[in-house]
Design a protein around this ligand. Sequence first.
Ligand code: PLP
Length: 395
Amino acid sequence: MEKLVYFDNNATTRIAPEVREAMEPFFDSLYGNPSSMHAFGGQIAKHLDRAREEVAAFLNCEVDEVIFTGCATESDNAAIRGAADWYGKDLKIITTAVEHPAVLQPCRRLKALGHEEIELPVDTAGQIDLEQLREYLKNANGPKLVTIMYANNETGVVFPMDKIAEICKEYGAVLHTDAVQVAGKIPVDVKKIPVDMLSMSGHKFHAPKGIGLMYVRRGTRLKPFMLGGHQESSRRAGTENVPYIVGLAKACELARLGMAEEAVKLTALRDRLERGLLAACPNVRVNGDTANRLPNTLNLSFEYIEGEAIAYHLSDLGICISTGSACASGSLDPSHVIRAMGVPFTAVHGSVRFSLSRYNTEEEVDYVLEKLPPVIKRLRELSPFGPDKDITTFQ
Ligand code: PLP
């Protein structure tokens, strides 16, 4: 591909060169098993310890509260199903309508198995009503698991995790958060915001795909998801993926040191893109709470046209964006997140997400600002729907 403007960083990111370099020796000379008795294994175990210390510094937690997993989907499942396994049928599960399928699917499965499960709705800005959460927890007897994402992958809307944690504490609920999209974008401090469990994924912040982590506060009641060996304090059996863990730790270090500066850059780029597109295209709406949004994410609805058509046309121009979540692609159903926000029917199908990273530039933003408006104009001309057309049959 000649030109590549990659604005799909909430789907996955490029591996940082520093991360690749840190991993390299573990594919070559440092191949031992950290659980082995011999000194070579012990040497690898030391690297594993150092990686765990770096992740603990990133989250401000203790080293024994960090568990390495295969991906965030595993971390989410391990937290939700592990809590249900411990507490049994009495466990009540509270989540939101806009979670990633890695949370929604296990919650719905537990509901099918007889657990009480509720999905809090969101308002037009994509925010939940904290009073509704409080009311539910106040009236629910027995053990309760609240699983609410830190930030939404499609809109970038950040939930008020400090207030959510406060309410959960008040009513003795266990709190898990899918923090996949905040990793490397906004600081996460589990001492300041006392969640009990948290999930993250390496490939969303410049480490490779296939490595995830879980934070589990000391004392949290949880049955292990993977059974077998005693790795990861018997919380997650299986030989650790040392090269990828080292890469993940490096990504945490880069994020810890560079996040503040990066957020300023990302906000400026994202806002330039947003301003430019709103000025150049009529009938566009920004989806999500713009006052509480990840610095890198922009979700727009171009009314009267299909988001998929926009993404295909941009793809031909070397520009990568997405509609809905990547896991749901292949389906033309509008995104469950955008639908849950009550976006009007003229706009719900036309939603697209731009998500930036540290590697994007102003030139790339300007390239999109040059190429996208004519695409929108052409698609609108072809569309049978529009403010001056008969839109009554639009589904
Ligand atoms: N949770 C959120 C919010 C995500 O955006 C994603 C990936 O898109 C996941 C979970 C799943 O992460 P992984 O690909 O590591 O399983």
